[in-house]
Design a protein around this ligand. Sequence first.
Ligand SMILES: NC(=O)c1ccc[n+]([C@@H]2O[C@H](COP(=O)([O-])OP(=O)(O)OC[C@H]3O[C@@H](n4cnc5c(N)ncnc54)[C@H](OP(=O)(O)O)[C@@H]3O)[C@@H](O)[C@H]2O)c1
Length: 325
Amino acid sequence: MKAAIHRRYGPPEVLSIEEVPLPSVGRRDVRVRVHASTVTSGDARIRGMRAAAIFRLPVRIAFGLLGPRQPIPGMEFAGEVEAVGADVTRFRPGQAVFGITLRGANAEYLTIRETAAIVPTPPSLTHAEAAAVPFGALSALAFLRDVARLVPGERVLVLGAAGGVGVFAVQVAKHLGAHVTGLCSAANADLVHSLGADAVLDRQAGPGGAVAGAYDVLLDTTDGTRFAEWRPLLAPRGRHVFLSFGPREMLQMAWTSWGRGPRVLCGFAANDPDELARVAGMLAAGVLRPVIGARYRLDDIVKAHREVDSGRKRGSAVICLSDPP
Ligand SMILES: NC(=O)c1ccc[n+]([C@@H]2O[C@H](COP(=O)([O-])OP(=O)(O)OC[C@H]3O[C@@H](n4cnc5c(N)ncnc54)[C@H](OP(=O)(O)O)[C@@H]3O)[C@@H](O)[C@H]2O)c1
């Protein structure tokens, strides 16, 4: 099969396309013929081994010390079940499925445990649309509901509202009953409004462009923002929730948990199968919709990674493996 490959960490140019053997199917595995995959900010981070210094060793231990243990990148996938192991009960060949794993999705075939994050694709979605969902939607749910503990009627400001996580954060926050403001480039304002945001702010204005003390939750999907700079926008016990963080934010999380002022919160999203089933239900009900900012062929994997590295990705960068982009 054809797959994207990188055997060392580095810039997008470490990636190439190769012919590799089909992944084998264990007794409890499902082999998926991948019709669409994506390049997420997470894929680009692993490829470039970009993590805060204190996380670099654990991340290398998890993915491979000198180069990735699994050389095929890619987390999100959508396609159809091509083969199942002898003990598989939940899936059958020919079924349309989508899901998320850690590596291996930027290839024509992928093998995954039937109990991992893989679910039937709602009939209303194309493969490309389904592939554009899990990373952003699972992150938005985990950070708004579990980390921020958002309650109906609260006011949320989403920083990076047009990005892979941001487009779902706007929709999930609305679904949870919040008043939502999105911050993005002027060129993405219409998109963020169309996702249901009550207000949209231009990122050029920075923190000065928003009303002081107005927000209960600041969901921060951008890199390099500082709590000190955005803190004045938070209500007295507001939460600045960081998706991308380092030791500074971890220390701030510890000391702001004691005081009476605004707090810092950090966390991680997980590839949870039950959560993904919940997301599939929300897609089927029309509560969530995917945003595809760009489509690439697998042969254009380097170009797709360059777009993600630019920090200007809009929604998802989808890799179309069977349908024309
Ligand atoms: N902790 C976790 O478990 C977890 C899970 C998922 C993601 N993450 C992290 O969350 C971050 C966001 O992920 P993503 O997939 O949404 O990334 P993405 O799709 O690459 O997001 C890019 C967006 O960020 C906006 N942006 C970039 N710099 C900005 C700035 N200085 N101010 C305002 N907006 C800015 C851009 O919007 P405009 O072009 O409109 O300005 C662009 O739409 C990444 O660092 C990722 O690693 C963490």
